[in-house]
Design a protein around this ligand. Structure first.
Ligand code: FAD
Length: 522
């Protein structure tokens, strides 16, 4: 059975029906003369309220919709931590919390300075207005794109107390996505979700309106891509995938291009399985080297996240848009043009990483979760074996940057959270600090706590980064083409040169929008 194959051909084959993949498939298939096949390993989300109802998103962690990647043992980090990655049409935009940020202009200009020509703010921000239908008024925003963005209504009194307390320690109240990067400030997020509470994933926003309507677009779900097919002239010709019923493999051919959109962990894995990656590592697994590309699987960038967890003295809210409605940004040193510290406020108990160490918990609590927005530690994604079914080895190497920058920012974050908690009106909401707990005060005690219990904001990126053509560690050129192979591109979080200092989902959508124009040559 396993050798039975069928063959079919499209102009474009897109491997990975996630955040970038769905947006790209929708844009490319706008031209009725072009055929597109989008291939996703997970199921469809059409009509599935488990996925679409945003307030339920936390149920999706560690569920059947989650690839749920373990990480390698960490020298200075939490080895129990797991990387949630959605396995469903829409990818992580189908199971994330839909916090919606414009990419900071300064971060895009930094990408350009790192060699990603054409990716500066001047060239990229127009794509955000193209994709959004923002309820914030004015010309700055798009109002007719597929993705609804709106301000979260301020309905959580404890959340309001967080914002008011933050203002007392130098974080003024702000609205996000209003044209300037917030360096120091706190406010209610914008979310990409409709007023009906349904998420505006790229599947829901871009694909649902056209699925079954465009004869030139085929969406295949339940199809796990095992390899990119590359011919002897080093041109990508299609992909091979495992059939949904596991009876064998099919191939699908691309007349024009294959675009890999499998995300920051699976894109480098798929490139390496297809012979594109660090030569010695590929040989170690018996894979024929097609392109020795040392940057594949390097440069793993993430937002590492700590926790200050409180038992509330009053009843917390029982309904919410998505339970993580407020953000706080700060600079911990002078002279930055982007914040180096962010915190989320969660109106829920969050004991996922503390319970195993004996920290107390509650069913009526809230938390402030500082994260390092411009971390300097970098990790790797490597193959466990040549079998596509084996999970990649994900080694984020948290807190290993040589100058201790990431630890310093995290310590500043824990201390800033505590200062905010001491201010009225938030102080009145607190019965006690559950974690790290009042006894942990010195750098040493707090670092020990952080190393054991940190989480991630789930933003891995940079593992097949774009950069200058002559940069040997850049896997992609600035047009997202895989160097050393023709007719092959990547667009997803792996292509980022560096993770922006905000939640990056809208940035990934923006990249897909620009990729569509690069492919169409407009
Ligand atoms: C729990 C969680 C919460 C988050 N919250 C937010 C938030 O509130 N705001 C925000 O801005 N960002 C958030 N993020 C981050 C953001 O969602 C991601 O950065 C972004 O969605 C990544 O998009 P992508 O296209 O790179 O990958 P993905 O969206 O992960 O897409 C990859 C797709 O490829 C598929 N795939 C993988 N391998 C294969 C294969 N071999 N064959 C076929 N298909 C394959 C996957 O199943 C998936 O559908 C969150 C992420 C997570 C996990």
């Amino acid at each position: 059975m396993s050798d039975v194959t069928s063959e079919d051909t499209f102009d474009y084959v897109i491997a990975g029906g996630g955040t970038a993949g769905c947006a790209l498939a929708a844009r490319l298939s706008e031209d009725p003369s072009v055929t597109v096949c989008l291939i996703e390993a997970g199921p469809s989300d059409v009509g599935d309220d488990n996925i679409l109802v945003l307030s339920e998103w936390m149920h999706l962690l560690d569920s059947g919709y989650d690839w749920d990647y373990p990480i390698e043992p960490q020298e200075k980090g939490n080895s129990f931590m797991r990387h949630a990655r959605a396995k469903v049409l829409g990818g992580c935009s189908s199971h994330n919390s839909c916090i919606a940020f414009w990419p900071p202009a300064e971060g895009l200009d930094e990408w350009e300075a790192m060699g990603a020509t054409g990716w500066g703010a001047r060239d990229v921000l127009k794509y955000v207005t193209r994709l959004e239908n923002n309820d914030a008024p004015g010309d700055l925003h798009g109002h007719s794109g597929p993705v609804r963005l709106r301000d979260i209504p301020p309905n959580d009194p404890c959340g309001q107390a967080v914002i008011d307390a933050a203002a007392k320690v130098g974080l003024p109240t702000v609205q996000f996505n209003r044209g300037t990067t917030v360096l120091n400030g706190a406010g209610w997020f914008q979310i990409n979700a409709g007023e009906d509470g349904l998420r505006m994933s790229t599947s829901h926003a871009y694909l649902h309106p056209i699925i079954g309507q465009r004869p030139n677009l085929e969406v295949r779900t339940g199809c796990w891509v095992s390899e990119i097919l590359i011919d002897e002239s080093l041109a990508a010709t299609g992909v091979r995938y495992q059939r949904p019923d596991l009876t064998g493999y099919d191939t699908v051919s691309a007349r024009r291009e294959v675009v890999v959109t499998a995300g920051a962990i699976d894109t480098p894995k798929l490139l390496m399985l297809s012979g594109i990656g660090p030569a010695a590592h590929l040989r170690e697994h018996g894979i024929t080297v097609r392109v020795d590309s040392p940057g594949v699987g390097e440069n793993l960038d993430d937002h590492v996240e700590g926790l200050v967890f409180y038992e509330a003295s009053r009843p917390m809210v029982t309904t919410s848009t998505q339970w993580w409605e407020i953000g706080l940004f700060a600079t911990t040193v002078e002279g930055l043009d982007q914040p180096d510290l962010m915190m989320h406020y969660g109106s829920v108990p969050f004991d996922m990483n503390t319970l195993r160490w004996g920290y107390p918990t509650t069913d009526n609590g809230f938390c402030l979760t500082p994260n390092v927005t411009q971390g300097r530690s970098r990790g790797t994604v490597r193959l466990r074996s040549r079998d596509f079914r084996d999970r990649a080895k994900v080694d984020p190497r948290y807190f290993t940057d040589p100058d201790g920058h990431d630890e310093a920012v995290m310590l500043a974050g824990i201390r800033l959270a505590r200062r905010i908690a001491e201010q009225e009106p938030l102080r009145d909401w607190i019965a006690r600090e559950l974690a790290p707990g009042p006894d942990a005060t010195t750098d040493e005690e707090l670092l020990d706590y952080i190393h054991k219990t940190h989480n991630t904001v789930y933003h891995p990126a940079g593992t097949a980064r774009m950069g200058a053509v002559d940069d040997p560690m850049a896997v992609l050129d600035p047009e997202l083409r895989v160097k050393g192979v023709t007719r092959l591109r990547v667009v997803d979080a792996s292509a980022m040169p560096k993770l922006p200092a905000i939640n990056p989902n809208i940035t990934v959508m923006t990249m897909a929008e620009k990729c569509a124009d690069l492919i169409r040559g407009v």
